[in-house]
Design a protein around this ligand. Structure first.
Ligand code: AMP
Length: 138
């Protein structure tokens, strides 16, 4: 299927809608998930236009994993998380709701894993506070 350039993450990459940025480099961008599964839930996306992991170039896939690792280390430190889940869904059947490839970085707990993401909007001021803590932990 052709890449839909109107998806929400493509708009974030073009600066058409805002995000709480945590990290950016040549190939990737990381920002706060606005409907988090747990406090400190972050997303890592490639700058390349790709709907799923299978559509990504090898270089972009490698860059995403490197950034996910960096972000996961910062989230773990900032949230004092006992563990971190890195989650990546491909296709509507797998639960993918945004048609631009993304990696979830979720401070883990049994409660977080059963809660699900994308359901409840977090307060902007709480997200901003968590983002500040994570940025300070890089
Ligand atoms: P997935 O189910 O893997 O497609 O997850 C998509 C994620 O994107 C969900 O966890 C949503 O909460 C998150 N999300 C949707 N819109 C935005 C947005 N504008 N900024 C940040 N996160 C978003």
């Amino acid at each position: 299927m052709a890449y839909d350039a109107q998806n929400i993450f493509a708009k974030i990459l073009r600066g058409e809608i805002p995000c709480l940025k945590l990290y950016e480099d040549e190939h990737t961008l990381a920002f706060m998930d606005i409907m988090p599964q747990a406090d400190g839930h972050a997303l890592v996306i490639p700058k390349e236009a790709a709907e799923t992991l299978f559509d990504l170039s090898d270089q972009a896939a490698a860059a995403c994993v490197q950034t996910a690792r960096k972000v996961a280390q910062a989230v773990k430190k900032a949230m004092d998380a006992p563990g971190i889940v890195v989650l990546q869904l491909n296709g509507v059947a797998a639960g993918q709701t945004v048609a631009h490839c993304h990696f979830h970085v979720i401070p883990s707990s049994l409660a977080a894993l059963t809660k699900g993401h994308g359901a409840h909007m977090e307060k902007p001021e709480k997200l901003a506070e968590l983002a500040e803590k994570i940025r300070a932990a890089f």
